[in-house]
Write a protein that binds this ligand. Structure first.
Ligand SMILES: [Zn+2]
Length: 478
């Protein structure tokens, strides 16, 4: 008797990402029942074994696990493109804008960024933001998978306004306490919500933005509640300077002494980590998020992910935020990651296409703590998958022998617009490039309105005189 399936995805160039490579299967099929994958195998076998309500014909297409973006700040998409090509990016470009992002604008930014990432095949989004009412609901409603991280810091109200480069930040324990309480309440409400599709991590923003005592409080809650900690680590020379002034230690040594370096930690950036420090963090079992585009544009640096992986560490890819990186597109991150590392090491064999594809699927899933649920296509896992049209000029011709060319073309030639269908937890969120759970034109219109309002407030605020980009603007370069 035939087994029942809700969907049968058939005739695909299937990349399951099972095993140690990309797990290719020619003319492959995936049977989906409820929110899970029921079976993976040759189309001929699954066709005869399953009686499916819906058929998704993937002839001429690659089918992969949905991509994972392990570090995003979605509200900042509302100020996309206002902070590039400058030194002291945070103070001289972003801060005059970010102080004018009100809650409605932040939520419009999140919607915009989720739509953007979803259309480029990202199905799991690890978002780091202030836990505004309505933030998690966006993920709940659109239907993507999310690891939400409410920001916890002890910066005084008004943030870093008035702080001078080189001085210690003033830390405000009451502000840290309030943020910690808000994060704990958020976790109580949203961890394992939406049938497990939405989960929560704790987000001490960076080791220099909370006191030692409050970092330990976060660790204690994380241990008691089984939550991962998602933190910027060694993210800039500013942070290292703060750590040296405050504790006389660089970040990795400080965190090691504090008991932070273990498999509960998702360490973002490691921009300023030396090779030895990257090895230490990896050997302790912490995971790394590599944001190649963002750190390239903001700092002109290639973080030590190759060293981290060579020491046995797991690395996921992240897009960070659109005010620095301009886009949340894992195809972009895969290509930049492969290129930047080859260039750094002057070695074309470093970070081959298949490895960066694993970093955005199965390795990324393990890094963010979801390796048992997502990241590969296998019976019992969540049905998060993407269908990519290969019959487009930039991905043609498809060759099978003696060399199969699909994976290099996906990494080096695809832009993400080739993603045709997206499924998360067995539910189609995009079909034939049409989003099914969100009104895309309405999202774009709202984002435009909110962004123009922010720009107006920035222009009226005397602080805008600090903007480093005023000069190129006046010179006709923007
Ligand atoms: Zn970040």
């Amino acid at each position: 008797m035939a087994r029942r399936a809700d969907y049968l995805v058939v005739h695909a160039h299937l990349f399951t990402m099972e095993g140690t490579g990309v797990g290719y299967l020619a003319d492959g099929a995936v049977a989906v029942r409820g929110d899970r994958i029921a079976e993976v195998g040759p189309t001929s076998r699954l066709r005869s074994e399953f009686d499916a309500d819906g058929i998704l014909d993937a002839c001429g297409c690659a089918v992969l696990p949905g991509l994972i973006d392990a570090h995003m700040h979605t509200p900042l998409a509302i100020v996309r493109g206002v902070a590039q090509d400058v030194a002291h990016w945070m103070q001289k470009a972003l801060a005059p804008y970010s102080r004018h992002i009100n809650p409605a604008a932040a939520l419009a930014g999140t919607r915009l960024n989720v739509v953007e990432a979803l259309k480029a095949g990202t199905t799991t989004m690890v978002d780091y933001a202030t836990p505004l009412p309505g933030w998690a609901e966006i993920y709940d409603q659109i239907g993507v998978r999310a690891r939400l991280t409410p920001t916890i810091n002890a910066l005084p109200p008004g943030g870093m306004a008035g702080w001078k480069l080189g001085d210690l930040y003033p830390l405000d324990p009451a502000a840290g306490e309030a943020a910690l309480d808000a994060a704990a309440a958020f976790a109580a409400g949203w961890h394992e919500a939406a049938d497990g599709r939405i989960t929560v991590m704790l987000g001490p923003q960076a080791p220099d933005m909370l006191s030692r005592e409050q970092l330990l409080q976060v660790k204690d809650i994380a241990q008691r509640q089984g939550l991962m900690i998602h933190m910027h680590v060694a993210q800039g020379d500013r942070e290292i300077d703060q750590m040296l002034q405050r504790y006389g230690q660089r970040t990795p040594a400080f965190l090691d002494d504090l008991g932070y370096l273990d498999d509960q930690l998702l360490a973002v950036h490691l921009t300023e980590a030396t090779a030895r420090e990257a090895e230490l963090v990896a050997q302790r079992g912490a995971r790394m998020v590599l944001c190649s585009g963002s750190i390239g544009i903001i700092d002109g640096i290639v973080p030590p992910a190759h060293t981290f992986r060579s020491a046995g560490g797991l690395v996921a890819l992240g897009s960070d935020q659109a005010s620095g990186n301009n886009c949340s597109n894992i195809f972009n991150e895969m290509k930049l990651t492969a290129l930047f590392n080859k260039i750094t090491f002057r070695d074309p064999t470093i970070m081959p296409a298949w490895e960066v594809l694993r970093m955005s699927t199965i390795e990324g899933a393990r890094a963010v703590g979801l390796g048992d649920t997502i990241g590969s296509l296998a019976a019992g896992k969540q049905a998060d998958l993407i269908v990519i049209d290969l019959e487009v000029p930039q991905l043609s011709p498809v060759l099978q022998t003696p060399i199969r060319n699909i994976v290099p073309n996906l990494v080096y030639a695809a832009s993400g617009h080739e993603v045709r269908d997206v499924m998360v937890a067995g539910r189609l969120l995009m079909r034939d490039r049409q989003l099914l759970t969100v009104d895309e034109p309405a999202v774009l219109a709202e984002a435009r309105l909110q962004a123009e309002a922010i720009a107006g407030r920035v222009a009226a605020d005397p602080v805008h005189a600090q903007l480093a980009l005023l000069e190129p603007m006046a010179a006709g370069q923007l």
